[in-house]
Design a protein around this ligand. Structure first.
Ligand code: BTN
Length: 245
């Protein structure tokens, strides 16, 4: 389903590469991947550790190509996270692979993949979806502060996975999820089945306020539900920290 694929030996960030590209001459959806990123970006002001052996790429596309109406774009994060989760679950014990709302993938309480979804600065109708997945980059060689927070396919399974096989599976799962965004009624049930935060005590930071409470899963619109003393709060955006079971 991709019209163009470009693979670079090294780039600062595949998201930035596509954002700086006026896209002239590119046919969409287009993928740009890199063996190494020298300045991989995470959400907010975070960076993304892009060691050799990891899978890092971005796809630029028009959501209309998948018949995704604008009203469903908030679902894009959850849906893309589920696709990555489902792909990773083919290499690891299925029940260990979970989605951490809104769109990270976690294994045994550690982050294995992250997504950075942005609109294209030169054409806000286009989305740039960046995916970073730790495949053969063992956390043993990661900066100290990541070692307890993150993991990789090789660290969990004990064996290397072909990055090409993982990429191909991931592209199939992305196509499946994106095509059904506007129609699938069972999507949120599936998401709930793999929701890492459900039943855990969490802190939600939306950049202005911080609230803490028990996570009660996601509602029909994909908002995160947090039980506070005053009632259940619906959360639409923010970073989430787990503070207890
Ligand atoms: C996050 O977890 O905060 C998001 C991480 C996103 C990382 C990917 S790697 C490919 C693409 N290029 C980037 O610079 N970032 C994304």
């Amino acid at each position: 389903w991709l019209a163009q694929v470009e693979w670079l030996a090294e780039v600062d960030s595949t998201n930035r590469f596509l954002a700086n590209d006026p896209l002239s001459g590119r046919t969409l959806p287009a993928l740009v991947g890199a063996n190494a990123q020298t300045a991989g970006r995470g959400r907010g002001s975070n960076s993304w550790w892009s060691a050799s052996g990891s899978l890092t790429f971005s796809i630029v596309f028009d959501p209309g190509q998948f018949s995704i109406p604008t009203s469903f774009l908030p679902r894009m994060s959850l849906s893309t996270g589920m696709a990555v989760r489902n792909a990773v679950a083919r290499w690891l014990p299925e029940s260990l692979v979970q989605v951490k709302w809104p769109n990270d993938v976690y294994v045994q309480g550690r982050k294995i993949a992250g997504l950075l979804i942005e609109s294209h600065p030169a054409n806000p109708n286009l989305l740039i979806v960046g995916i970073g997945l730790n495949v053969n980059n063992s956390l043993q060689s990661a900066p100290q502060q990541l070692q307890e927070k993150a993991t990789s396919i090789i660290d969990v399974s004990g064996s290397e996975a072909s990055r090409m096989d993982v990429l191909i599976q991931l592209l199939q799962d992305l196509e499946f999820e994106w095509k059904r965004i506007a129609t699938a009624s069972d999507f949120l049930d599936e998401y709930r089945n793999h929701c890492y935060l459900s039943g855990r005590n969490i802190l939600v930071n939306d950049g202005v306020d911080e609230i803490g409470g028990l996570c009660e899963g996601v509602d029909a619109e994909g908002a995160l539900l947090v039980r506070l003393p005053v009632g259940v709060q619906r959360v639409f955006a923010g970073t989430i920290e787990v503070i207890g079971e």
